[in-house]
Design a protein. Sequence first.
Length: 255
Amino acid sequence: MTAKLYAMTCGRLVGRLKDMIEGEDGQVALPIPSYLIEHPKGRALFDTGMHPQCRSDATGRLGERVARIFGFEQYGPQDDVKSRLEAIDRDPGRIDFIVNSHLHFDHAGGNELVPNATMVVQKREWQAAQDAETAAKVGFYRADFDHGHKVLQVDGEHDLFGDGSVVCLPTYGHTPGHQSLKVRTEAGEVVITGDACYFCRTLRERRLPRFVWDREQMLASLDRLDALEKGGARLFFGHDPDFWKDVPQAPVPAF
């Protein structure tokens, strides 16, 4: 069985390139992806982008430090995940699962806009988010993920629909419990890396972001992604603007 995969651009976040990849400088406009997966047994989102409050009051939501580091001027009124879904005639209230790669604000901030889904997160990610000290170190905000969703905590690989077509893959390192997603489509196998691999260059050159929870785990995750690519999977990189410009947007399938 296969699934259909759709890519949606949920705005862009302007950041410092030196924070994203070692040895670089200047600014970069980072695409904020969300993916819709449609399967005969249900619909899932992989990540939900940012909360609309980031447009109007980023400091109030995320604090002065984050609001100072990032620019939100390329996150428009129609860029939140709810608007993106409605633009392709999909009801945000009829999404069955939110698979969060991790719980940072640009990946889980839109969870509130998808009210009836079950959140699927790695157990170690969820536990880290529940510990106030760890959450502060990693950069988790309860406003992004504490909205009463049913939470399915998974430990390692998890087959979302039970047929091998949509599988959560642990790719720890960026955060304590980061996960990527493997999707089998009619055109072939896709692995959505999330922030386990920001850019294509991250994989090719092994140049990591500035802020990493565990460097050794992240390097091991890159090795795993590299092996999957060599095995025939198409990788969709986390925030790579050069890669993203060629990704077909919903309602056209991404691959």
